[in-house]
Design a protein around this ligand. Sequence first.
Ligand SMILES: *Cc1c(COP(=O)(O)O)cnc(C)c1O
Length: 368
Amino acid sequence: MILVTRSSMPEFQEYCDEIKKLWDSHWLTNMGVEHQELQKKLEEYLNCPHVVLYTNGHLALENIIAAMQFPEGSEVITTPFTFVSTTHAISRNSLVPVFCDINPDDYTIDVDKIEALITEKTVAIVPVHVYGNMCDVERIDQIAKSHKLKVIYDAAHAFAVKYKGVSSANFGDASMFSFHATKVFNTIEGGAVCFQDDRLEDTINDMKNFGIRGQERVVFIGGNAKMSEFQAAMGICNLRHLNREIGKRKCVVERYRNNLGHVSGIKLCKPQKDVEPNYAYFPVVFDGFRASRDKVFDALGEQGIAARKYFYPITNSVEAYSELPSAGGEKTPVAAYLADRVLTLPLYADLALEDVDRICEIILSCRR
Ligand SMILES: *Cc1c(COP(=O)(O)O)cnc(C)c1O
């Protein structure tokens, strides 16, 4: 059985050594030494002044949107070609998602279609660095500045990606990372909010810790979304090996590219200009291939290989959003077209190159 991903883990002993101090201190959560160390290491790694750790990426995104204090019912421009978390984070803040289509080259928000969606109610853009592909951060910045909109990136897929040498944490007003077990860098469950503006720091910390500022001071009606010491310890261990893991992912991706790059009817994402990638996902689009995406998916499944229809369905077509004025896949035709044809293939650091070859052979054998 080959799954679409397999979590990166340190050696068992390495993790045991890291958590040994928790048995000595009995300090298991509430921003202890592991949390503090991981935060500092990530601020250095991402070269970002503020990295606030969360128990998961979704709450990090939900809270950073809340921290902007937009009026209820305001509109937020986003894309439907993402994990439902992105759209939920907007809606759960009593804001209205407005779906913009994606561009057919790297599947990020189509910057030429943003301005037509801006109304007097628009307050923000929440673009997604989907599959680790960087959005057109420069155009988005221009549009946001000229319309006075905030930009919050869903960078869940883009940890360790750099654009023109700058880490993905440093664009827009804020970025959210997910450190879920399935992501390139994991803390089991986990996430972070990254930003430059010092004034956001107290608010975002209040949101994840009940608005508590001291033993006798509660200044804000916050929730609880703290990262525990065990999660942080996993992150400290995984971060030590991250560059090597990404290197191994690169070899897997190159093998896939060699095997599938010149096959008629199979479209791969091109490497992006000025981007240092993290090889997070390997999406393949079947367009004019002599078998449908679903047929390939089933054929792989029969051989014990779990690829994923990622992203299908797109979020503007799921039941939960059927009442939304901007719902309906037909309004984002590029996203809808891709959602019917895309498959993300198994990809993780330790995936054997012989397995990559076997997966590709099964795909090619689907041609009628
Ligand atoms: C994983 C993911 C999230 C949510 O992160 P969690 O850590 O699982 O809560 C949000 N957006 C995208 C695009 C994701 O892939």
